[in-house]
Design a protein around this ligand. Structure first.
Ligand code: AMP
Length: 417
């Protein structure tokens, strides 16, 4: 019989690795709470329409990468490929704008894209993201970019580059589109197949293409920053001034467009320069999407957000010592004491200790072997004498130092370590 395996590009996380995932998620939650973000949890499955309308038809995600199927009721459903569209849908559906002029949401969870799996590119991957509705920026844009930098820095990821650009507002895009088309049309036959197909519908996509022949042509394309309307130009200037004031390092990258259609004005990407992923790996993408809420049927509301790829952070994060996951390992001298050992373990857990025991009834030697392997700094020995006296022998495994303590004092003693 063929061995059962996880689906290609979708990975298991075993308990040893889960510790690092918790660190990523806990650090994120603690940080965003300090800015007043509240968590939104949306379903993993949405109507396909939501993503087609928000992300855009002529994009890699919608054209090739979504997990889409017909439900039994003949409705097309899709596993979410990103978090922004779902959050916006929820924000509109629950009329949040009517209650709060500005709302700050965050999410953490799995996303699904049928990409070609590689290191740092999976078909189920995890993103942590923030969305702010109702503030047109640019100061909140700067604050959000700075938040991402602070988060990475809290994880020890400092070798990064922050790229910023502006895509302007409505008429900028139209004027730039025309200029770009004029430049690209004579090169049409040299472009990749995807880019040729998308050229007329969405020429900006060509700038974002990974095909080398497209990149060579994009190199000399007109730059959107030269086409910004006055308000967008001021918005971009103010963004840069605010970043300077906070000391947040950034580089202006006029060719940055990114793979989703919904962006307006501020656009940014954070790339990692070191670690296992190699140079220039995208760790975070974000930007303003002032038209999306209205286009999805909500009130005209500006919004901005970002998504960080957590799988990639794990690959660039400096490996920190894993924290021991136990404080003590209970060793029981004599099978008959196992029931009592359970009660002792329970008491210690009630006091906040992380305690495990080997209750299979093996020899002292085999129990100590498990204690040594367990990552617990202390073995806690319970024999007849200790049971009688209401004590435990507390043995520090690294040094062999041992002392007998009343059970009530054990929790304090081992947690102080
Ligand atoms: P995006 O939603 O495409 O703007 O991506 C935001 C971030 O999510 C990227 O910078 C990556 O760090 C991460 N990401 C996107 N796609 C994948 C993937 N297939 N596997 C792992 N991480 C991904």
């Amino acid at each position: 019989m063929a061995k059962l395996r996880s689906v290609k590009g979708m990975n298991d996380v075993l308990p040893e690795d889960a510790v690092r995932w918790h660190r990523l998620e806990d650090t994120f939650r603690e940080l965003v709470a300090r800015y007043g973000f509240g968590e939104v949890r949306t379903p993993l499955v949405e109507s396909t329409d939501l993503f087609v309308r928000s992300i855009g038809e002529a994009t890699d995600i919608v054209e090739k990468e979504m997990y889409t199927w017909m439900d039994k009721s003949d409705k097309s459903l899709t596993l979410r490929p990103e978090g922004t569209a779902s959050a916006a849908r929820a924000w509109i559906q629950h009329s949040v704008g009517g209650q709060h002029p500005v709302s700050k949401w965050f999410y953490v969870g799995p996303m699904y894209r049928r990409e070609r799996p590689a290191k740092g590119r999976y078909r189920q991957f995890f993103q942590a993201g923030c969305e702010i509705y109702g503030d047109p920026g640019p100061f909140v844009d700067a604050e959000l970019i700075d938040l991402v930098v602070r988060y990475l820095s809290a994880l020890g990821i400092q070798d990064i580059e922050v790229l910023v650009n502006s895509l302007g507002a409505g008429e900028t895009r139209e004027r730039y589109r025309e200029a770009l088309l004029e430049y690209l049309r004579p090169h049409a036959s040299e472009l990749s197949e995807d880019s040729q197909r998308r050229l007329e519908r969405n020429p900006l996509r060509v700038l974002d293409s990974k095909a080398p022949q497209d990149q060579a042509i994009a190199e000399n394309a007109p730059q959107i920053l030269d086409y910004l309307d006055e308000e967008s130009a001021q918005h971009f200037e103010d963004l840069k001034t605010a970043l300077d004031a906070m000391g947040t390092p950034y580089v202006v990258e006029p060719r940055l467009v990114r793979g989703l259609d919904y962006y307006t004005r501020t656009l940014f990407e954070v790339r990692g320069r070191g670690g296992d992923l190699g140079a220039n790996a995208a760790l975070c993408g974000g930007g303003r999407y002032d038209n999306m809420i209205k286009e999805l049927g909500g009130p005209d509301t500006p919004a901005i957000g970002f998504a960080i790829g957590l799988d990639r952070l794990l690959l660039v994060m400096a490996d920190s010592e894993p924290k021991p996951s136990l404080d003590g390992f209970l060793v029981v001298r004599g099978k008959e004491l196992r029931g009592q050992a359970l009660a002792v373990a329970q008491k210690l857990r009630d006091a906040g200790c992380r305690v495990d025991a080997d209750l299979r009834g093996g020899s002292m030697k085999s129990q100590f072997r498990r204690a040594d392997k367990s990552s617990a700094p202390f073995a806690l020995v319970l024999g007849d004498a200790e049971a009688e006296a209401g004590t435990l022998q507390v043995k520090e495994l690294a040094t062999g130092d041992q002392q007998e303590l009343p059970i009530e004092q054990v929790a304090d003693a081992i947690m102080r370590r």
